[in-house]
Design a protein around this ligand. Sequence first.
Ligand code: PGA
Length: 251
Amino acid sequence: MGRIKIIAGNWKMNKNLSEAVSLTQEIIHSSPENNSLKIIFPPFPFIQSVNEVLKNKKGFFVGAQNCSEHNAGAFTGEVSATMLNSLGCTYVLIGHSERRQYFNETNALCHKKIVQALNNNIKPVYCVGETLQQRKSNTHFEIVKSQITEALSSLNSDQIKQVVIAYEPVWAIGTGETATPQQAQEMHAFIRTCMKDLFDASVSDNCILLYGGSCNASNAKDLFSCEDIDGGLIGGASLKAEDFCKIIASA
Ligand code: PGA
């Protein structure tokens, strides 16, 4: 892909169908024009309707918040990457900390989901990040390194180019406590080093790295101006068009 700015909104389990459609319309209406790529991750049932609004809008894409590690079959309640592709999804979140925490997703499972996404022409946005306890015990670099190594290291050179990584310290998600630009930049630079060690300098230089965790209209600019930060994965602040558009303007 090469490094471009991405602003992504993760709506999590919020909104109903008509609210989802109007929020998308408001975002389209108020979004500033710039070269950033905008991705909306609505809940599964709204993907198609959100995509109808986004279709043909330059720079806007729809994604899903998760996908199954299986291709098809008797897996009641699951959604496959093939299905997401047929709905027009071009991105999928994999390994969000809430999936890891509440649904016991491991790095090995994330790897399988990433492969499913790639096999279906969907770009994974792979989420990594340490808990507060891990940061306090100074194991945050080690944790993020293992999340990256275990889920990504066996991808081939074509596959890895399709992967976006989102660094989301768990202690910053939904807490209002943002990582400082210095803390975020330090980890992003470390992730690039990991990518260089696992793959090569070109993969590392071109990999798109997003920051997530209480990113909002007031702190986005400082975070996005850091050397190794290519944009943001936005939770709470993506649920209001005005805030999300201000964040887009910071890209
Ligand atoms: P937040 O969520 O912006 O509400 O902290 C970010 C995320 O979970 O992706």
